[in-house]
Design a protein around this ligand. Structure first.
Ligand code: ADP
Ligand code: MG
Length: 326
């Protein structure tokens, strides 16, 4: 069997190069943290490939928006304030109308977050591939995946599953109907939870953004923290739009659907009020959906009776034939 994306990274790229004292956190989290002139910076890069991360017929402006949104989401997961970005773009041809729209999508979101695009690289290739490197300010108390402790509560922002349901609708050429516009907006125009992440610094014990799916990303957090996570399926918020469009598959989308760019985080029970205040200030809904216990670093999903549920493996993997449409 070929290596998974994560095994590949561990095998070939972990601990590469010099060991530097100013690297506070290397690979394995949503962003790296480095000390620089008395400040702590968060650094991340993400790539969108046409046909893999967005449908070839996605609105062009949404491609620019989503490229930045997925990177800002990694900043959000660290509680960082994004500041600078570099854009590496590979294009099959110069399509000025499409480029103008991509620029517009990028520019609108960058302006809203006070982010400057300060360089990049442009090349010709077979399909549209866009990589964005983003850097922002984090602090001593940056959020990380490895801080969850037994007794903490597990929280999730927004209503996960909507983007994956939106992708299924888009692929089936469904463009109208109850809830459809909302799910398609969540697919093409995800809203990175930067303000929430910033507000959770000093409040949450650990955080990850939900790019691969609630269960898959909870698994990353469990693994990095060395704790067991339980997700209570009945407490996951299912939006009316999701239930209207996905029917009895709504829960499956909420547990395993990717691309939502919500935050999944843990916090001590005593911090629950502070969590709610941070969410209110950010204008984002949050729900407690589970708990943290000592034990094997894995995720158990339980039903309303507390019985373990079987969940289709969540998370799109690029290299081991895993399912998913991201
Ligand atoms: P995310 O979904 O948060 O963007 P990824 O799943 O892409 O994160 O990556 C997981 C972790 O592995 C991150 O910490 C990332 O920095 C690291 N990583 C991914 N690819 C490489 C690579 N080629 N070399 C070094 N580190 C990598
Ligand atoms: Mg991430």
């Amino acid at each position: 069997m070929s290596l998974s994306e994560f095994q590949l990274i561990e095998r070939f790229f972990a601990g590469l190069g010099a060991a530097r004292a100013d690297v506070r956190l290397g690979h394995g989290d949503d962003a790296a943290l480095v000390d620089c002139g008395g400040a702590t910076l968060a650094l991340a890069v993400d790539t969108l490939i046409e046909g893999v991360h967005f449908p070839a017929d996605a609105p062009a402006a949404s491609i620019g928006h989503k490229l930045l949104a997925v990177n800002l989401s990694d900043m959000a997961a660290m509680g960082a304030e994004p500041a600078w970005a570099l854009l590496a773009l590979t294009l099959p041809a110069v399509d000025e109308t499409r480029l103008a729209a991509i620029r517009e999508g990028l520019d609108a979101l960058a302006s809203r977050h006070g982010l400057a695009l300060i360089g990049g690289d442009t090349t010709r290739g077979e399909s549209l591939v866009a990589s964005l490197f983003v850097a922002g300010h984090a602090g001593e108390d940056a959020l990380r995946r490895d801080g969850a402790r037994p007794g903490d509560w597990v929280w999730v922002s927004g209503a996960p599953g909507e983007a994956a349901a939106g992708l299924a609708l888009w692929q089936a050429s469904v463009r109208d109907g109850p809830g459809v516009a909302q799910l398609l907006r969540r697919l093409h125009w995800p809203e990175p939870r930067v303000a929430l992440g910033r507000g959770l610094r000093g409040v949450a014990s650990a955080a990850v953004d939900v790019s691969d799916g609630v269960v898959a990303d909870a698994g990353h957090l469990a693994h990095r923290s060395g704790v067991a996570l339980t997700i209570r399926a009945a407490d996951l918020p299912l939006s009316p739009a999701l239930t209207a469009c996905a029917g009895e598959r709504a829960m499956e989308y909420a547990l395993a659907g990717g691309d939502d760019y919500e935050l999944l985080f843990t916090a001590p029970e005593a911090a629950s009020e502070a969590v709610r205040r941070a969410a209110d200030a950010a204008g984002v809904t949050v729900h407690p959906v589970g708990g943290v216990a000592a034990g094997r670093a894995e995720v158990t999903v339980i039903d309303a009776d507390g019985a373990p549920m079987k969940v289709a493996r969540g998370g799109y993997r690029h290299f081991d034939g895993g399912g998913g449409g991201r």
